[in-house]
Design a protein around this ligand. Sequence first.
Ligand SMILES: Nc1nc2c(ncn2[C@@H]2O[C@H](COP(=O)(O)OP(=O)(O)OP(=O)(O)O)[C@@H](O)[C@H]2O)c(=O)[nH]1
Ligand SMILES: [Mg+2]
Length: 150
Amino acid sequence: MDNQQLRAHILSFSLDGGPRGNQGYTRVLLQLFGYNGHGKSSFINSCKYVIHEEEFIEHAEAGERQDHGAVTTIRKAYKLTENITLVDNRGYSKENNFQRAEIYAQLGNFIPIGEEVEWKKNYSEVMDKLEDADLDPNYSDFIVPILVHR
Ligand SMILES: Nc1nc2c(ncn2[C@@H]2O[C@H](COP(=O)(O)OP(=O)(O)OP(=O)(O)O)[C@@H](O)[C@H]2O)c(=O)[nH]1
Ligand SMILES: [Mg+2]
């Protein structure tokens, strides 16, 4: 498969094409996660660029921070094709238990897209946040976690 064929294949990819149909799934959610500054937002911009052959646009803000903090703090979704969406999740700096809980919550799609992701300091805060979140579980998303590591 050359690049053009691969591009066409991705653009026309549909979950309906499986041997048993889509089994209730309507879109693939590519959930990017990983350390701050390892290239999650840049990966999204590159994917949009190669798939749509547009001029390079910084859809997702990317860059370096001197204090090693996060550039992306709000979870955002970027539609790649009719059936594939990329999610720019908040990256982590420490990977301690609380950040890890928040990562699981993002990957499980329990934190609404478009909302600021804040790290919690204790277990009850994490659980309260999950309970309070206006949960709108979307079982029609086929979630694929992708670790972006420099
Ligand atoms: N050389 C090189 N630099 C990259 C690559 N991907 C990203 N970068 C650079 O790494 C820096 C951080 O990239 P981002 O895409 O903002 O990283 P991020 O994971 O979204 O970071 P946070 O939003 O802070 O969690 C930027 O200066 C990018 O230009 C790559 O593949 N190669
Ligand atoms: Mg980012």
